[in-house]
Write a protein that binds this ligand. Structure first.
Ligand code: ZN
Length: 543
């Protein structure tokens, strides 16, 4: 193996031992070196736990491609590896998992028969042994010297991932620099969770090919991890220094291990994340004032409650189709150590964030992200808790082009069939179908001062009386308050925001919610999945 490494970014040269200590991050400039597979294994497996599987498989030149034998010999000599992937089993903070680590130093990590076969065998064995799988991907694509045999590895690995998934097991990929071609179009992009390292080049067709085909310059940052995140293709970018912790969180939250690992234990392993909450200031009197205060910037954002109720929250981004909609935030959270999926419509903390979050008005891709996360929750038997605060689904040309109605309809249908409990909490404004798309719960709770309506009071007034200025009068007539809706059976529980005429603090409300959510989960634990579906179905069937 190579003993000296020169940084592509700052030009400094480092010894292997220097880089090992720094997880192959340049100590001078922070550049991410491509990590040799054996070194990568050291960064994620507990010391001495890695057991290699299928390590003696080697490639033969089946198509007698000229020069291939020599290339293989050279690659073996340079890397000390048999092929471009190492497969096996290891432990993370004492929890077992199977893994594959690709090595870009071996013929650019290209996928031929042996790479495909080792990954497939590893996934099959993991399915038999009921182990979660982590794959560190990097590849230039399919291996040209093996022709169509190489192409077939794409289908073979994808099929193995499908069977592993049918067994209800976690399959997680980490895309590292570079992950291209046939590998992105197979096992790399099929993760239940897909992480990427910062700056990694990720894409299907190579830049040179695209440029030649379309005859145009490509946008800045094209085919980077950041580009993929923005376009909804990956769950998030994970820095190397926290990689093992994040993967351990995934391992923990996708298994029944939470029953044996206490909250304190996992909190110790993963430091708590969450932003600083702003002051709680909103004051409300009439229903119209409720509407106004919910829209004002000093309303407490849903993420504040989420950061206070849950021990840890890790965001999972993207719809895997078009874009990551920032007005919907979703991910996995722990409540007293127990994993749940949390999804919220989110309007941000301040005006700058509100603009970035489209004022909490989701695009179709926001609903497609929540669809994806709800399916994922069901696969891993995690209850779903949604926090709703939106004026409504975004109305605009792009939203219609990409099927706003279809996206909402799919959510409504999916939520009626989910075999896990769903709890919907209306925190502020719940506007029409855009709110309902997250509010098909076994129970629906509503903050005392929140509103839930078919459309805005202005819209109601302009349709009914052709006069938007009569919004205040409309708000009174619309039956949009928690008190009105509990009478109609649309809401099950009012979350009190006041006590003896005094505003409760964010901490008091959060504590009340945490208690109530834990009770809800206890009650749901007593029910079978079929009963959970049936109850939710009946709840809405009776409307
Ligand atoms: Zn450097």
């Amino acid at each position: 193996m190579q003993n000296q490494y020169t940084c592509k970014c700052c030009g400094r040269t480092w010894d292997l031992s220097d880089l090992r200590r720094k997880r192959f991050i340049c100590p001078e400039c922070g550049y991410y070196f491509r990590i040799p597979a054996r070194e990568r294994i050291r960064t994620v497996c507990d010391r001495g736990t890695f057991e290699e599987w299928f390590g003696d498989m080697t490639t033969t030149n089946r198509l007698n491609h000229e020069g291939y034998d020599e290339k293989l010999e050279k690659a073996k000599e340079a890397t000390g590896l048999n092929e471009a992937v190492i497969t096996g089993k290891g432990e993370m903070f004492g929890s077992p998992f199977a893994l594959a680590v690709c090595d870009s130093n071996f013929l650019m990590g290209s996928m031929g028969y042996v790479v495909g076969e080792k990954i497939t065998r590893m996934i099959e064995r993991a399915t038999d042994e009921k182990l979660p799988v982590f794959v560190f991907c990097c590849s230039g694509g399919a291996r040209m010297q093996e022709g169509l045999i190489s192409l077939m590895q794409m289908e073979k690995t994808a099929a193995a991932v499908a069977r592993h998934g049918q067994a209800g097991l976690l399959y997680c990929t980490i895309l590292t620099d570079p992950t291209m071609g046939g590998v992105t179009a197979s096992f790399a992009m099929l993760g239940d969770v897909i992480a990427a390292e910062p700056g990694a080049e990720i894409g299907f067709a190579g830049k040179r090919v695209i440029r030649q085909t379309i005859g145009e310059e490509l946008p800045h940052g094209f085919q980077t991890a950041e580009f993929m995140e923005k376009h909804g293709m990956i769950d998030g970018i994970v820095e190397r220094r926290v990689m093992k912790k994040v993967l351990f969180f995934m391992l923990h939250s996708h298994s029944d291990r939470y029953k044996t690992t206490g909250a304190e234990n996992i909190r110790e392993i993963i430091s708590k994340s969450g932003a600083n909450p702003p002051l709680f200031k909103s004051e409300t009197k009439s229903k119209w004032e409720k509407v106004r205060s919910i829209r004002s910037s000093d309303f407490v954002p849903t993420m504040t409650y989420i950061s206070k109720i849950f021990d840890i929250f890790i965001e999972l981004k993207g719809d895997r189709k078009y874009r990551d909609d920032r007005s919907v935030v979703g991910g996995i959270a722990l409540i007293d150590g127990r994993p749940v999926t949390v999804i919220t419509e989110y309007r941000g903390y301040d005006i700058k964030e509100a603009v970035e979050r489209n004022f909490g008005m989701p695009m179709p891709e926001g609903y497609r992200k929540s669809y994806r996360l709800m399916k994922q929750a069901e696969k891993f038997n995690r209850p779903i808790i949604t926090f709703i605060n939106t004026p409504g689904a975004y109305c605009g040309v792009g939203a219609e082009e990409r099927g706003q109605g279809e996206a909402i309809a799919q959510n409504l249908q999916l939520m009626s069939t989910l075999k896990v409990p769903v709890l919907a909490i209306i925190v502020g404004e719940a506007g029409s179908g855009g709110a309902l798309a997250l509010a098909v719960g076994n129970e629906v709770w509503m903050f005392e001062n929140a509103i839930y309506s078919i459309l805005t009071p202005e819209g109601f007034a302009s349709i009914l009386w052709k006069d938007a200025s009569r919004a205040e009068e409309a708000a009174e007539k619309m039956h949009i308050s928690a008190g009105d809706l509990i009478k109609l059976g649309i809401v099950d529980k009012v979350v009190p925001e006041q006590e003896n005429g005094n505003k409760k603090s964010i901490d008091e409300i959060s504590a009340y919610l945490k208690d109530s959510i834990l009770n809800f989960l206890d009650e749901m634990d007593k029910k079978s999945p079929d009963d959970i579906v049936e109850e939710r179905y009946k709840r809405f069937r009776n409307m």
